[in-house]
Design a protein around this ligand. Structure first.
Ligand code: ASP
Length: 409
C-alpha cells in the first residue's frame, strides 16, 4: 500500500521551522547547507524570464480580439491599483495610530550610500519600459521591459495570418507547458531549499543575537505594525474581495495556493513564487490559462500590496523618528508616491527597501532614514512578499469569475 505523502505546503512549513531551529542552534554549521538554498534559488530564477515571456505572450495572444484584451487588462489594472491604494492607506492609518517612530533611536542609522545611489527618476523608469535591447534586459532581469515586449509580441501574433498565428500560439503554449513541468520538478525540492535558506538567514544573524534583540526592542513596534498590516490585508481585505466581488471561497482558495504563498514568504521574492502560483491557479483553482497567464506575471511585477503597505509605514516611521510632522496633504502625497514606487519595485528580496528612497525624496525626508529600518529588513520582507503574491492570485480569481469562468473554489 502507498503511504500518503505529506502535502508540499506542510513540508515547506516544517522546513521553515526546522531551518529556523538549525539557524539558531547550529549557526556555525550553516556553511555546510547554504549551497542547497543557493541552488534552489538559482533554479527558480532560471525559469522566471522564460516563464514570463512565454506565459504573457501566450496569454495576450489567446485573449485574442482586442475588445477582450482591453476589458481584461482594464479590470486587472483597476484591481491592482485599488488594492495597492487600500494597502498603502491601511499602512498609513496603522502608523498614525501606533506612532512607532516617536522617540525612536535615530542614532541607530547605518550607512545607506549604496542605496541612495540606486535611486532613479520616474521619467527614467518610464522611458526604461521600452527595451532598447530586449536580450540585454532579459539578461539583466529587467522585468518591466520584458513585460512590455511580451504584451506587444502577443498582441501582434493576433494580427498575422491564420497559419503563422496558430503556429506561434502552439509554439508558445508548448514551450510554456515544458517550463511548467520543469517548475513542478523544482518545487519537489522546495522543502530542502527553503530549509537551507531559512537556516542560513537566521544563522547569519544568530552570532549577533544581542544586537538583534536590542534592535528589535526599539524597532519591535515598527515590525509589529508591518506584520499586522500584512495580516489584515492578507486575511481580511483580500479574502473579502474574493468573497464579495469574486463570489468565491477565499479560504479554499488560500489553502490551494499555500505552496506559492509560503514560497513567497520564505524566499522574499514574488518572482520566485510566480511559477508555482501560475501552475496552482490553473491546476488547483481552475482559472483559465488565458487569464492566469495575463494577470499573474503582470501582477508579480507591478502589483505589490505588501510593499505599498510597508513603504507607507516605513516612511511615516522615519518621519516620526526625525520628529518631522507630515501634514495630511503630505501624507496623501506619500500614498500617491508609494503607489508608483510599489509598481516600480522589482519582485526580488529587499527591492522595497531600496524604493523607499524614492518616496523619501519625493516628500523631502532625509534619505539616511533608511538606515533606521535596515536592521529589520528581512523580517519585514517576508510578510510583505507573501502579501504581494497573494494579491496577484486574488486578482486572477476575481477577474476569472467576472469573465464567467467556473472555478473549483
Ligand atoms: N521582496 C518583495 C517581492 O519580491 C519586493 C519588496 O522588497 O518589497 O515581492
Amino acid at each position: 500500500m502507498r503511504t500518503k505523502k505529506l502535502a508540499i505546503h506542510w513540508q515547506i512549513l516544517i522546513a521553515i521551522l526546522l531551518g529556523a531551529l538549525f539557524g539558531v542552534f547550529l549557526s556555525e554549521h550553516i556553511k555546510y547547507i547554504q549551497w542547497a538554498g543557493d541552488m534552489f534559488l538559482r533554479a527558480l530564477r532560471m525559469i522566471i524570464i522564460p516563464i514570463i515571456f512565454t506565459s504573457l505572450t501566450m496569454g495576450v495572444a489567446s485573449i485574442g480580439g482586442s475588445a477582450d484584451l482591453g476589458r481584461i487588462a482594464g479590470k486587472t489594472f483597476a484591481f491592482y491599483i485599488s488594492t495597492t491604494l487600500i494597502a498603502a492607506t491601511l499602512g498609513l492609518v496603522l502608523v498614525n495610530i501606533f506612532q512607532p517612530g516617536v522617540g525612536a533611536d535615530v542614532g541607530l542609522s547605518e550607512s545607506v550610500e549604496s542605496i541612495a545611489a540606486t535611486e532613479s527618476s520616474f521619467i527614467d523608469q518610464i522611458v526604461g519600459i521600452i527595451p532598447a535591447n530586449i536580450f540585454a534586459d532579459m539578461a539583466d532581469g529587467n522585468i518591466l521591459p520584458l513585460i512590455f515586449f511580451s504584451i506587444l509580441f502577443g498582441f501582434f501574433i493576433t494580427r498575422v495570418g491564420e497559419k503563422s498565428k496558430s503556429f506561434l500560439v502552439d509554439f508558445f503554449s508548448s514551450t510554456y507547458d515544458v517550463i511548467i513541468k520543469i517548475t513542478m520538478f523544482i518545487i519537489r525540492l522546495a522543502p530542502i531549499g527553503v530549509f537551507a535558506i531559512v537556516a542560513t538567514m537566521i544563522g547569519k544573524q544568530a552570532g549577533d543575537m544581542n544586537k538583534l534583540v536590542k534592535t528589535l526592542s526599539s524597532l519591535g513596534l515598527f515590525v509589529g505594525i508591518v506584520w499586522a498590516g500584512c495580516l489584515i490585508q492578507t486575511f481580511i481585505i483580500l479574502p473579502a474581495i474574493v468573497r464579495f466581488v469574486g463570489k468565491a471561497n477565499p479560504w479554499k482558495h488560500m489553502s490551494k495556493m499555500s505552496t506559492a504563498i509560503l514560497t513567497a514568504f520564505s524566499t522574499c521574492s514574488s518572482a520566485a513564487a510566480l511559477p508555482i502560483s501560475l501552475r496552482d491557479t490553473q491546476e488547483k483553482v481552475g482559472v483559465s490559462n488565458k487569464i492566469a497567464s495575463f494577470t499573474l506575471p503582470l501582477g508579480a511585477t507591478v502589483n505589490m500590496n505588501g510593499t505599498a503597505l510597508y513603504e507607507s509605514v516605513a516612511v511615516l516611521f522615519i518621519a516620526q523618528a526625525y520628529g518631522i510632522e507630515l501634514t495630511i496633504v503630505q501624507q496623501v502625497m506619500v500614498v500617491a508616491t508609494v503607489l508608483l514606487a510599489a509598481i516600480g519595485t522589482a519582485s526580488i528580496p529587499m527591492a522595497g527597501l531600496v524604493m523607499i528612497s524614492v518616496v523619501l525624496s519625493a516628500v523631502g525626508l532625509p534619505l539616511e532614514g533608511i538606515g533606521l529600518v535596515l536592521a529589520v529588513e528581512q523580517l519585514c520582507d517576508m510578510p510583505r512578499t507573501a502579501t504581494n503574491s497573494y494579491g496577484d492570485m486574488c486578482a486572477a480569481v476575481v477577474i476569472a469569475k467576472s469573465e464567467g469562468e467556473v472555478l473549483k473554489i
